[in-house]
Design a protein around this ligand. Structure first.
Ligand code: NAD
Length: 475
């Protein structure tokens, strides 16, 4: 049985219910809950509690913080099946993938918790009697904004980073997928995170960001979402001299050379593309395939894609659920129609399934001209675009032609090609011969319009700290 929880805000040590907006199941458009919207008084309360929470958490020993964080992962693992079901209901992804998301969130929390114990400073040599000591201190209260594509693991990146570094955080998670974030926060609260250290709000996104970001007590802004909103929030943060972590969109290129097992690369690509119905900022999207192997790659990709079972994420046989909202459905239909009108060939999918909900099949287009809208606009859905390239130079040039620079992938066994790709691809994360963009211990983030700052790895944790240099002349 899949049940959807009663949604609440977490403010100043209480769970609060408020009127808000309906939450829909993207499978059939049914209403499954109501997300509460924080009032202005709720936000004032959250801020006051966060200031006190920040004072307490900063002075909590890193080992104690790590202990509470590990306890939260124990609770999340115990509750993973129920959390996964709620995520499937609100977001659409298959339940097995939702459970993997919860478990991945636990891995992130554990890694950050342990890394928080290693936020070492430095002692810099100086003349006799002088000590220069570099301290790494928690940056202070964080305002975190998380999107709907990963209702659990995206907020986790922000919450785990902040808590591990000794920062309090006010999280505004997605109003479209609120249960994942609520379950996450609940696990931390049940694990013993003190009052005011971790709070959860929902509301009109622009009203909350415009309230929180200018507050003098907020010392860091972290946002995952679209490039236009990221630019707006980073401008607001800049106007108030707040540093920001911006994890924005991508349009990941995949360069397929002629020296690999093409059929395996194509099958893997189709499978990975189907995950979360392609609504992943690092999803492989533009496939630049060497002319010598293009047709074999396209055939194998189309064949695997056509076999992907699309439907209700609660059915164990389903491999891909609906896209998460009508905006994504509209985007898929618009981008496919435009590409086909410009001469692209449909190798799989292409048309909406049924006339209720947001089911759209894994769609593969070949011979997609460079001027097709989909080649520029992030599809953020189950759409793969295959193009023929003459050589590696042309593939790299096309890969770099967009303003995005988040993930990039390549398939080749040639050491010189790997060297060239590593040097020339303009991305924050490059994976070769596999399609995993990041793990908890590696830094994840973009270049160009894909944003700045990192999540994960020691680089990610560093974003939640500031360095203070203390020079001490003895005697
Ligand atoms: P959108 O631009 O309307 O919103 C993107 C996210 O930002 C949402 O979570 C939304 O709640 C939030 N948001 C919007 N305005 C805000 C504001 N003023 N203050 C704070 N938060 C705000 O787009 P959408 O239709 O929800 O998603 C579509 C696009 O967003 C996709 O095409 C994709 O490019 C991008 N996206 C990226 C990621 C990612 O992981 N980087 C995740 C979700 C969406």
């Amino acid at each position: 049985m899949a049940t959807y929880p009663t949604l609440k805000l977490r403010i100043a040590g209480d769970w609060r219910q408020r009127p808000g907006a309906p939450v829909h199941n993207p499978l059939d458009d049914s209403v499954i809950g109501e997300v509460p919207y924080a009032t202005r008084a709720d936000l004032d309360d959250a801020l006051a509690a966060a200031v006190e929470g920040q004072r307490i958490w900063r002075r909590t020993a890193p080992a104690r913080r790590a202990g509470i964080m590990r306890e939260a992962t124990r609770l999340l693992r115990d509750r993973a099946d129920a959390i996964a079901a709620a995520v499937t209901l609100e977001q659409g992804k298959p339940r097995a993938q939702a459970k993997v998301e919860v478990l991945r969130a636990c891995d992130i929390i554990e890694w950050d918790a342990e890394e928080g114990r290693r936020a070492y400073g430095r002692v810099i040599p100086a003349e006799p009697g002088m000590r220069h000591i570099v301290l790494r201190e928690p940056i202070g209260l964080v305002a975190g904004f998380a999107p709907w594509n990963f209702p659990v693991s995206s907020p986790t990146r922000k919450v785990a980073g902040a808590l591990a570094a000794g920062c309090a955080i006010i999280l505004k998670a997605s109003e479209e997928t609120p249960a994942g974030a609520m379950h996450l926060v609940e696990a931390f609260i049940d694990a013993g995170v003190p009052r005011g250290v971790l709070q959860l709000v929902f509301g009109v996104p622009s009203e909350i960001s415009e309230y929180l970001i200018p507050q003098p007590d907020v010392r860091l802004v972290t946002f995952t979402g679209s490039v236009p909103v990221g630019k707006r929030l980073s401008a607001l943060a800049g106007a108030h001299m707040k540093p920001a972590i911006m994890e924005l969109g991508g349009h990941a290129p995949v360069i397929v050379c002629d020296d690999v097992d093409v059929e395996s690369a194509a099958a893997l690509s189709a499978t990975v593309k189907s995950r979360n119905a392609g609504q992943v900022c690092v999803a492989p999207t533009r496939f630049y395939v060497d002319d010598a192997v293009h047709d074999r790659f396209a055939d194998a990709f189309g064949e695997t894609a056509r076999a992907v079972r699309v439907g209700d994420g609660l059915d164990p046989a389903t491999q891909m659920g609906p896209v998460a909202n009508p905006r994504r459905l509209e985007a898929m239909q618009r981008l496919v129609a435009d590409a086909v009108a410009r001469g692209a060939r449909v190798l799989a999918g292409g048309e909406r399934i049924g006339n209720r909900g947001c089911l759209f099949p894994l769609t593969v287009l070949a011979d997609v001209p460079d001027d097709a809208l989909a080649m520029h606009e992030e599809p953020f859905g189950p759409l793969a675009l295959i193009s023929r390239t003459r050589d590696l130079g042309e593939a790299i040039a096309k890969a770099n032609a967009l303003p995005f620079g988040l993930a990039g992938y390549a398939f080749t066994h040639s050491a010189p090609r790997v060297e060239r790709l590593s040097e020339e691809l303009e991305v924050g994360n490059l994976s070769i011969n596999h399609l995993v963009a990041s793990v908890p211990e590696t830094p994840f983030g973009g270049v160009k319009d894909s944003g700045y700052g990192r999540e994960g790895g020691s680089e990610g944790l560093a974003c939640y700290t500031v360095t203070k240099n203390v020079s001490h002349l003895v005697g």
